[in-house]
Design a protein around this ligand. Sequence first.
Ligand code: BES
Ligand code: MN
Ligand code: ZN
Length: 497
Amino acid sequence: MRLEFSTKISAADREKAACIAVAVFEANRLSPAAAALDRASGGQIRTLLHSGDLDGKPGTTRLLYRVPGIAAERVLLVGMGKEKEIRAKEYRDGVRAAISAARETGAAQACLYLTQVAVAGHDAAWKARQLAVVAGETLYRFDQMKSGKAEARPLQEIVLGVASRRELRPVGLGLAAGRAIASGLALARDLGNLPGNVCTPSFLAERATQLAKEFKLAVEVLGRDDMKRLGMGSLLSVANGSREPPKFIVLRYRGAGKQDRPVVLVGKGITFDSGGISLKPGADMDEMKFDMCGAASVLGTFRAVAEMKLKLNLVGLIPATENMPGGAASKPGDIVKSMSGQTIEILNTDAEGRLILCDALTYAERFNPQLVIDIATLTGACVIALGHVCSGLFANKDALAREILAAGEDAWDRAWQLPLWDDYREQLKSNFADLANIGGRPAGSVTAACFLSSFAGKYPWAHLDIAGTAWKSGKEKGATGRPVPLLTSFLMRRAKR
Ligand code: BES
Ligand code: MN
Ligand code: ZN
């Protein structure tokens, strides 16, 4: 059941919706919509604020029923922080709190007056887009593997109340983009959350094929024989330890003329990472089903881009395989030959992400790309460096790095740049092959990126290490869908140029 969104010109005090939500600020300040309710109710809203029951901090809410003088059945007051200091974070926290509070009521429809709040540096379209994304994120549930029937949710429709005609168009456009991003996010989260015995390389290929049918994309799925023919010895070496056949998925979206060089997105698709012969320890190994979240983010981004009909050409490459310790698995010390011709000494079979990505990066050359971005849950070291707040970013062109950082800020799905200096390359030297697949403990994320850069010399390239951002552990364990918002924001801005 998909959430419906719409926009209308509406005065909060006269709106007949089952639930309306208006912003209040710290120091007992009211948004214009809250002030209108206050006037119509003879001062009820101010009385509540002065009682000290709501302090206006971002993320706090109070629900009122049948307020005299107000047409709506429920009034939800939403704290947004200090009126003059509302930035992306405060706005998103307020929206998230409003949506979860509205979800707890029996209201089927909620009319929100939150896009009227001033957010520093952002316009109405941005506010509407973020609202749709945050609403989708907040209402998302993954219960397709549970046998009980899905929890019923009354909330089905969200209306954005705007003050004037002038706002209808930007808010409507922002909503449309936000809806597309939310559906891409949900797809990425679903694929990430599915267990390894369901979400196999073949399953990913099937879902990519479905997506292609639905949105008229071109899709091609290469099998083991194709990979052999192409000389993808590095990717194949990872697949050798598994009974699941590997797949190399190629998706193409055409939103611009033939002569327009495509952006290529490459997603790591390890559907389960046991570590291989360099077996991982048992604790939390289940979370290695999330090792295909890079691939999922590529599919999610395709969905969002196709729904938005962005005017650019996009290619998606997904090398998909399990990393398992079978009898034919790679052993530490094995040397394989990549599609690029470079030989690799596999010193640790758990550094498999780079082994499948390197062949995909070489394959990307045939599309004559304007740029390539790979997305991968690549290193535990990235989680140590940056935690779960931002993704690690590396690029062989600074202008591209800056563009991606800005897109991440805009989407509030942030990244932080780490160095890709040649000094670190020392660590990847092998006595027996062109490259070793590990560079020791120091700067593990950097040496992993350096490894990849040896295969991405022919085009502007960036690498996003999403090991810390693609999923959450603990009580809220589950895929986040990141960095679908960052990638779609990047592509929206590219398409506009
Ligand atoms: N998929 C893992 C990275 C990972 C680990 C992401 C934990 C999130 C949480 C990757 O394939 C891996 O195992 N990397 C190794 C590399 C090492 C052997 C050089 C790692 O990070 O330990
Ligand atoms: Mn691994
Ligand atoms: Zn991995």
